[in-house]
Ligand binder design. Structure first.
Ligand SMILES: Nc1nc2c(ncn2[C@@H]2O[C@H](COP(=O)(O)OP(=O)(O)OP(=O)(O)O)[C@@H](O)[C@H]2O)c(=O)[nH]1
Ligand SMILES: [Mg+2]
Length: 419
């Protein structure tokens, strides 16, 4: 499918498809090369007149048979029109943003929807792409603008003594609920960001205990080399898992031991670094030779004893997990606990509003400004007004009304061409 946007679209449809299709209806047409009059293909043409289109401009879609020669002929025909060029990555979405069809949080939601790997990610992204965050932010902004208007009235009528106390009371009644909403979203923790980014679980332990065997068993494929030689794994090996809708990166690492071998030592350093930033470390050692781990809080560590087919344990200590990656015994116990862990990590009670660090910054700066406004509410009116303006400004940065240039490039570059 070829997608077009811009003022030239009606001319191009007419020239290539021979007619102007009814808006938003698929029409069967013969695509023709305007320079030679020769047919290129039969297909469907759709016309979406602006401003009621995705980008807000006139848009078209040409659905053709997907052979590369067909597409090349269509692109060659298009290239002969003036002021027509291939889109850049994310350019359709960028135009939609610039034409006010989407706000910045909806653009981010759309980017996340395109990237979503799991059901839970898809639901979160769709909610945001449909304006879940935008509508809240706009409601807060409207309330704060109303509060600002009350303050303006007070500044204007400063000599009429009865305006002030009433207005201040009303003002506090507007600010407090907005701040409460912002703080509730902040208090929900990083669940939204965690779901967006996924969790990382590192498999660590001494050499030869079955780390790579466990990774392969959980990934259900031979992602890592397994051998009876200690020190087989050097580089960190990552596989993506979908644990009940939560994306999890499972990372197999080099066995930790004192080694003189320079390459192995690099691998061991990497293993420690990965474990240090992981959401969870699975510390593996053999049931026949349990080993202590070396990690300190806040690193979260689960102890796993392996190869219980060789060394059955009747009563494993505490909440130690005992399993055999080779026979699969108790693998289901580990998977259940991992699913619980993943779900707890992303469960904020209700759908998360904050899905990026950028949102978190805006929320906490706005909440802090409102807090200062409330504290000083009986003080000089100009100071209260200043804090209110700061809070409004943060919400406007959030929805992309102001101060967006520095984030736009980064966001749109991550879209693919045609989006
Ligand atoms: N019997 C038995 N053998 C296992 C089990 N898990 C792994 N092994 C064997 O133990 C040896 C080492 O397994 P790996 O998965 O390569 O161990 P590793 O911890 O990744 O080792 P390094 O990468 O060297 O640190 C291989 O011969 C595996 O077949 C198990 O649960 N039971
Ligand atoms: Mg290994």
């Amino acid at each position: 499918m070829l997608r077009l946007s811009g003022a030239n679209v009606p001319n191009i449809i007419l020239a290539l498809a021979g007619k102007q299709p009814t808006p938003r209806r698929a029409s069967l047409v013969t695509f023709t090369d305007p320079s030679s009059g020769a047919p290129i293909d039969h297909g469907l043409a759709l016309f979406f007149p602006g401003p009621a289109s995705f980008t807000g401009e006139d848009c078209a879609e040409f659905h053709m048979h997907g052979g590369s020669a067909v597409v090349a002929a269509m692109i060659a025909a298009l290239a002969r029109f003036q002021n027509t060029r291939p889109a850049e990555a994310g350019e359709f979405t960028r135009r939609a943003f610039e034409n006010g069809k989407l706000d910045l949080t909806e653009v981010e939601g759309l980017a996340d929807l395109v990237d979503a790997e799991t059901e839970a990610q898809r639901r979160q992204a769709l909610r945001q792409a449909e304006g879940g965050l935008r509508h809240k932010a706009e409601a807060w902004r409207a309330a704060l603008l109303e509060a600002a208007a009350l303050l303006e009235a007070e500044i204007d009528f400063a000599d009429e003594a009865d305006v002030a106390p009433l207005a201040r009371q009303k003002l506090a009644g507007i600010l407090a609920p907005v701040r409460a909403d912002l703080e509730a979203a902040l208090a929900a923790g990083r669940a939204g960001e965690r779901l967006r980014d996924g969790l990382s679980v590192v498999i660590a332990g001494p050499p030869n205990v079955g780390k790579s065997t466990l990774l392969n068993a959980l990934a259900r494929r031979d992602a890592a080399i397994v051998s009876a030689l200690p020190g087989t794994t050097r580089d960190a090996i990552e596989v993506r898992l979908d644990l009940a809708g939560v994306p999890v990166t499972l990372i197999d690492t080099a066995g930790l031991r004192a080694s003189r071998e320079p390459i192995e030592r690099i691998g061991i350093d990497r293993a420690r670094a990965k474990a240090g930033t992981a959401d969870l470390v699975l510390w593996l050692s053999e049931a026949a030779a349990p080993a202590r781990h070396e990690f300190a809080p806040p690193t979260k560590v689960w102890t796993v004893l392996t190869k219980i087919d060789l060394h059955p344990l009747s009563s494993p200590p505490g909440d130690t997990i005992v399993l055999s990656a080779a026979t699969g015994e108790n693998l289901d116990v580990l998977v259940r606990r991992l699913v619980d862990f993943a779900q707890t990590a992303i469960d904020a009670g209700e759908p998360a509003l904050i899905t990026r660090e950028r949102h978190r910054k805006a929320f906490s700066a706005a909440a802090a400004a409102l807090q200062r406004a409330e504290t000083g509410i009986d003080g000089p009116v100009e100071l209260v007004a200043e804090e209110l303006r700061a809070a409004i400004r943060e919400l406007e940065i959030l929805i992309g009304r102001i101060d967006v240039e520095n984030v736009l490039g980064e966001i749109f570059a991550r879209f693919c061409i045609g989006k």
